[in-house]
Design a protein around this ligand. Structure first.
Ligand SMILES: C[S@@+](CC[C@H](N)C(=O)[O-])C[C@H]1O[C@@H](n2cnc3c(N)ncnc32)[C@H](O)[C@@H]1O
Length: 296
């Protein structure tokens, strides 16, 4: 990108899309628009009515720098500092996993089960919900926003991730009366007398060998602790199932995201104390969310 030419918005969009495509981006036009809109502090749609305009030097310099980093593999969400999830915007940085669209299936399943529970128990019920491995807080915050009759406990092993999640909760105007954040290893920090109606989790479920084959944009930028569970990938799910039994109220649900590969071994991980698993598929038709109900 020469700095002496006239670089209108239209020209910047065309040139950069081609450049990012050659650099390996799977969504070069979208990436370009998001980065240019961010540099220009405007909505993407506004670029389309400003094709002939030439942005000022400061905007072009900020855009060039982001394009350079994008071409090196930095995910767009880390460059602009936010990501959309369930039609809302969440802050992200390299301390947290970038929320994935697949995780919206976990939220939909949790909302369905929560509504059923309140219907059965009566309108005055306040459900107690845990989100284990909250990361940026997307699951906990979306549940609290979409479902007024609940109080959420969000847990993560990473202090840095919890700071991002706390800022997101404040941004979405959810106070401590709706969400509390706890530093801990899965559910081990939860009080023995604390009983949840729903335990939700998108835990790390990648095996060490799968991790080696993930795209570089994931391996080089996203926190390994958010992805890898151990040699098999099922380690944290197995631990979570075990701990959840102790922390769930009678007839409570454990709902978690998993890899399609692990869905096959799920029955072996659950004993006779659980009903289910009921498995929900994602948009690609792959097993993505499992639901268990405590019957013991
Ligand atoms: C796959 S990310 C999910 C983040 C977020 N819930 C989402 O769906 O985008 C997993 C999260 O679990 C956290 N984590 C990893 N091991 C943990 C453990 N033993 N106990 C609690 N959290 C853990 C990671 O720090 C990370 O934030």
């Amino acid at each position: 990108m020469s700095t002496t030419e006239t670089w209108t918005i239209g020209k910047l969009l065309t040139w950069t899309t081609e450049y990012l495509k050659k650099s390996g981006s799977q969504s070069p036009r979208l990436d370009t628009e998001v980065l240019l809109a961010h540099a220009r502090s405007c909505q993407r749609i506004e670029l389309y009515t400003a094709f002939a305009e030439e942005p000022d030097e400061e905007v072009k310099a900020a855009f060039r720098e982001m394009v350079r980093r994008r071409a090196e593999g930095t995910p767009v969400a880390y460059l602009v500092g936010h990501k959309e999830f369930y039609s809302a915007t969440f802050e992200v940085n390299t301390d947290v996993l970038i929320p994935r669209p697949e995780t919206e299936h976990l939220v939909v399943e949790a909302l369905d089960r929560a509504k059923q529970m309140v219907e059965q128990r009566g309108a005055a019920t306040t459900l107690r919900i845990a989100d284990v491995g909250t990361g940026s807080g997307v699951v906990a915050i979306t549940l609290a926003k979409q479902f007024a009759d609940c109080r959420v406990t969000a847990v993560d092993i990473s202090q840095a991730a919890l700071e991002v999640a706390r800022r997101n909760a404040a941004q979405h105007e959810l106070g401590e009366d709706r969400i509390e954040f706890i530093l801990g290893d899965l559910l081990s920090a939860c009080e023995p007398q604390q009983q949840f109606d729903l335990i939700l989790s998108n835990p790390p479920y990648v095996s060490e060998s799968e991790y080696d084959h993930l795209p570089r944009t994931v391996r080089d930028f996203e926190p390994k602790q958010a992805l890898v569970a151990g040699p098999d990938g099922s380690e944290l799910i197995a631990k979570l199932i075990d701990q959840s039994f102790r922390c769930l109220a009678a007839a409570g649900y454990l709902i978690f995201e998993l890899s399609p590969r692990l869905a096959e071994s799920l029955v072996a991980l659950t004993s006779g104390q659980w009903a289910g698993p009921w498995v929900t598929k994602d948009l690609a038709g792959l097993a993505r969310v499992a639901t268990l109900q405590k019957i013991g």
